[in-house]
Design a protein around this ligand. Structure first.
Ligand code: SAM
Length: 267
């Protein structure tokens, strides 16, 4: 393990991956985004039996995908490994990435929706680059805000939407260390770090009322209910937010996802 600790006193992960809601959240992410992730990872040129690192592995779906596709070994780390089973080629490890990056060299390092949450993301990023093997790939997927309420079931829902987003994305998220602008900085960070073959893809999923992306956000509102209410958001607005997200008429954009790849030069 690299020794440099990058824990900030303000940082705390807002969600409980080991809980039932946490399990639903992780399963939703797999269902929503593993297809995109597969299409980003599949074309990467890797050696036979590569050594890989999956950070914030969640339920392990991406770690298993990498192990199956490459025949390699994947060290899969997460703060909470309750829903992260051992499987062929996948070694789950309970580990806080802020305590240091496992020692490589790794042919592939992947993290989806993790660095956005961590205020020490730049220091961790530098450690990840250090632990890449020559020719190794770094693949990061992070979120940006794309808040847009396209169809509101009721006129007053615009107000509820604005109040909820203010509490979630301008108060409790930043207070927990989130930076929603990081996703757009990764490409430049990779170029500055001397990585090659740098490329980025940006997707903005549409949330439909009652659909998986809207229900994912409803789940987040439940997991983070206490801090959301502590901002002054009322329970009435919280409940209306959830009802709106379940309404078949509702259409909105929540987050964008940016997938950025870069490769360590071979010499
Ligand atoms: C939003 S979830 C994403 C899960 C998975 N990467 C995916 O996209 O399906 C973030 C994951 O990162 C883990 N996590 C959060 N902070 C972490 C840390 N400091 N070190 C390791 N894992 C962390 C959480 O437990 C959770 O499983």
């Amino acid at each position: 393990m690299t020794t440099m600790k990058t824990t900030s006193p303000d940082d705390h992960y807002l969600f409980d991956s080991g809980s039932d809601l946490g399990a639903q959240q992780l399963n939703s992410l797999s269902a929503l985004f593993d297809g995109n992730t597969r299409s980003i990872l599949s074309p990467l040129l890797l050696p036979d039996s590569p050594h890989c690192l999956e950070i914030g592995a969640g339920n392990g779906s991406v770690a298993r995908m990498i192990a199956e596709q490459t025949g390699g070994q994947v060290v899969a780390i997460d703060l909470d490994t309750t829903h992260l089973p051992k499987s062929l080629g996948v070694e789950p490890r309970r580990h806080d990435i802020r305590e240091g990056v496992p020692v490589g060299p790794f042919d592939l390092i992947h993290a989806r929706l993790v660095l956005t949450h961590l205020s020490a993301r730049r220091e961790i990023f530098a450690q990840l680059v250090d632990e890449l093997a020559p020719g190794g790939w770094l693949v990061l997927a992070d979120v940006g805000l794309a808040e847009e309420l396209l169809v509101a079931p009721q006129e007053s829902d615009h107000d509820v939407w604005a109040k909820y987003n203010d509490a979630a994305y301008r108060q409790i998220g930043p207070a927990a260390g989130h930076d929603y602008s990081w996703a757009d900085q990764i490409e430049a960070a990779m170029l500055d770090a001397g990585l090659t073959d740098v490329a980025a893809e940006h997707v903005v999923p549409l949330g439909r009322g009652g659909g998986p992306w809207a229900m994912y956000h409803s789940n987040l509102s439940r997991q983070a209910e206490a801090p959301l209410l502590s901002t002054g958001l009322s329970m009435e607005d919280m409940e209306r937010y959830r009802t709106m997200l379940a309404d078949p008429e509702f259409r909105a954009r929540f987050f964008s996802l940016t997938y950025t790849i870069g490769r360590k030069p071979t010499a």
